[in-house]
Design a protein around this ligand. Sequence first.
Ligand code: SAH
Ligand code: SF4
Ligand code: F3S
Length: 485
Amino acid sequence: MENRIAETLKILTETDKEACETVRVSENEPISNKKRLFIESYGCQMNFADSEIVASVMREAGFATTSDAENADLVFLNTCAIRDNAEQRVRTRLKQLNVYKKKRPGMLIGVLGCMAERLKAKFLEEEKMVDIVTGPDAYRDLPRLVEEAETGQKGVNVFLSREETYADISPVRLNSNGITALISIMRGCDNMCSFCVVPYTRGRERSRDPESILKEAQDLFDNGYKEVTLLGQNVDSYKYANPNDKNEIVSFAKLLEKVALISPELRVRFSTSHPKDITDEVLYTIKKYDNICKYIHLPAQSGNTRVLEIMNRTYTREWYLERIDSIRRILGEECGISHDMIAGFCTETEEEHQDSLSLLEYVRFDFGYMFSYSERPGTPAAKKFKDDIPADVKQRRLAEIIEVQQRISTERNKKLIGTVQKVLVEGTSKRSVDDFSGRSDQNKVVIFPRENFKKGDYVNVLITETTSATLRGRAVVEEEIAQLA
Ligand code: SAH
Ligand code: SF4
Ligand code: F3S
């Protein structure tokens, strides 16, 4: 059994190589006489977007980013606290950084993000090499904290704000392929799912001024970007009341439409949708605009109503499946759908686990992010329930979930052989310089021979081969598409 679990997890990490990234490192900017800042980001896309805000704040303070941690003057780890293993990775990385710091005693180390917010000043006690601890709403204070740290005074700012959205800060695009960019449209989360640390690390939910979002998207488009992803923990609860006329409210559907109207050449994606909030209005808006991608990430977390209830997800299995049916009804079979699923939540029985598997079989998701439950200190679940599912049972259930999802992903992708997908070229494939890599409307990674295309082109690709994670094919011209039809 253990071998099978290890094998399943290995397949997942290998096939995922093209599809996802878990750590992002800053790139080299021209240095001249500036101080060097290395930023490494963990966790979700919101953290990656925040690091771009941080780089912008620090640029104003005279720092340029570098990809070389060993020779940096300042190292920031933008951390994630979602599961214990996310935190352990940061602890291990800090030990490595301490080796560099010992060689270059002037180096400063700052811990930012969700783990900083969770542990606060305790971080300074537990990890002696750390000079600065800053939570997600306090990044404007970083220059001051760094200045003080340069004089030997360690500093903490973990103040959580009800208003901060960094709306006026122009992010420095780190790791940018120059084609796709992330835009935060809201911060925080009010949902209080019982397993989740995010409401404690990112504070209350607040939506960003739509004008600043539209300006950012327009600027990106004017600078050659072809795709924006609108980010929030629960984008469907985006809501902005005009301060001059409280009756004028911009909903997520309206915002999506406004961004889509910037240009038909600008693709629009969004993440994450919450099953309790995603409305038919949003689905019809997606349908109305060709440039809004037909892809929805709709975390399920469990397929069993009792478990969903103690998770405080505020929907039932039936509600979730109704939302899926609506997506299929309004956007059709070909709309891409992915999920998040947690295996082995407190008190979950074998039958309840089977309900998660049967949900996967019913929906036939294209892709999934699957985790075993990790108790987070201070969350409602940690206070109310015992983390009572043994580790080996959690791992076995997780492996079963992954196995079912992998089979379905492979089957769903196979069905695309012989179809033509419109692919936005993001860059050279990681495996071969002769191939380009991009994404289809449904967010599938597509690899094809580069010929004379360039980054940022939309290319019609005839799919000829697939795995569970990627599609392969070759570019086709209009006449060939007509023949295929
Ligand atoms: N806002 C998103 C999720 C953000 S966290 C939503 O509501 O769906 C990303 C995913 O991490 C979650 O969807 C969940 O599947 C997983 N996760 C969160 N807390 C977890 C925990 N304590 N243990 C295991 N997985 C967890
Ligand atoms: Fe966490 Fe739930 Fe908020 Fe998602 S919606 S961030 S899972 S509390
Ligand atoms: Fe992690 Fe914080 Fe995102 S806990 S998943 S980095 S919101």
